[in-house]
Design a binder for this molecule. Structure first.
Ligand code: HEC
Ligand code: HEC
Length: 236
């Protein structure tokens, strides 16, 4: 341990020497490497402690590990793509996407870009399960800890085969074959179905934009019910 610390100190010293030498030649302004996110002129560095700090605000509604809840009013965030999550946070902040429950949190504490990047990175790395482990401990507290990672979505009634066909033809090209999502096209399974229904209602009313909304509008109530049944079946 001490050895490693000494090595660390030596490395820091050498780095300091190197950067002092660089400084004498008036270094050019830091240019962002391709794909490098800059915050106030400095390359962004993930701060996990800050992510945990910000998560304390989110946990009340979305759960400590972003499993969502409230009967599906609060979406699952754990395991979603970080860029998608960060985009949505920025849209809430600018009010481009309406989210009344989140307004006080997106504004009052003024989540800055570092907070947004940290919390969304943390959430994107969470791995949630859809079933409790077979060997659940008896201890209540230990069970509670485990259940934070378990996402339970009630099954919806409908024609699974028809829902699968609807999904496969119209949604899978963007949202993935099993609803797992693709980059900024968010995962749809496993996700709380009541949350997804609210989003589709906002797409249909034009409150939230979605690609090819005419296609969504062409679907009947029965077709939607089948889609929800299928999505709620994708839980493994
Ligand atoms: C008071 C409850 C509440 C708190 C606290 C809260 N949220 Fe939310 N959040 C919601 C609700 C409700 C929605 C769904 C809004 C809708 O229907 O569009 C949501 C939606 C989201 C979404 C969109 C998910 C998606 O799939 O598009 C993201 C991202 C999000 N919240 C992140 C956060 C983060 C990060 C925090 C903590 C800084 C946080 N929320 C705190 C209630 C809350
Ligand atoms: C051309 C690509 C594309 C297709 C096809 C598509 N989507 Fe999407 N969908 C997106 C993108 C992109 C978003 C994220 C929009 C944003 O950034 O707000 C999205 C978001 C969603 C959301 C919101 C999820 C969340 O976490 O808030 C739902 C629900 C959804 N789509 C349902 C569907 C359904 C159902 C279908 C099939 C009928 C479908 N989509 C087809 C691209 C697509």
């Amino acid at each position: 341990m001490m050895m490693i610390r000494h090595l660390g100190a030596a490395a820091a010293f050498i780095l300091a020497l190197v950067s002092a030498a660089d400084a004498q030649q008036a270094p050019p302004p830091v240019a962002a490497a391709p794909g490098q996110i800059m915050i106030k002129g400095k390359p962004y560095v993930y701060d996990r402690d800050n992510a945990m700090d910000v998560m304390r605000i989110c946990a009340g509604c979305h759960g400590e590990l972003g499993a969502g809840g409230g009967g599906g009013s609060y979406p699952r965030l754990g395991g979603l793509n970080a860029d998608y999550l960060a985009d949505q946070m920025r849209k809430f902040k600018s009010r481009e996407r309406e989210n009344i429950p989140m307004i006080p949190f997106a504004v009052d504490r003024e989540l800055n870009e570092q907070d947004v990047l940290d919390v969304t990175r943390f959430l994107s790395e969470v791995k949630l399960d859809t079933k409790p482990p077979a060997d659940m401990p008896n201890d209540g507290y230990a069970r509670l800890q485990i259940m934070k990672k378990v996402l339970q979505i009630p099954r919806e009634a409908g024609d699974l085969a028809a829902g699968k066909e609807f999904y496969g033809n119209d949604c899978a090209p963007c949202h993935g074959r099993k609803g797992e999502g693709r980059l900024k096209k968010p995962l749809l399974a496993p996700q709380h179905i009541s949350y997804l229904k609210v989003q589709v209602a906002s797409f249909l009313s034009g409150k939230r934009p979605h690609d090819d909304v005419e296609l969504l509008k062409s679907k009947s109530e029965t077709e939607w019910a089948n889609l929800w049944a299928y999505l709620s079946s994708l839980q493994d």
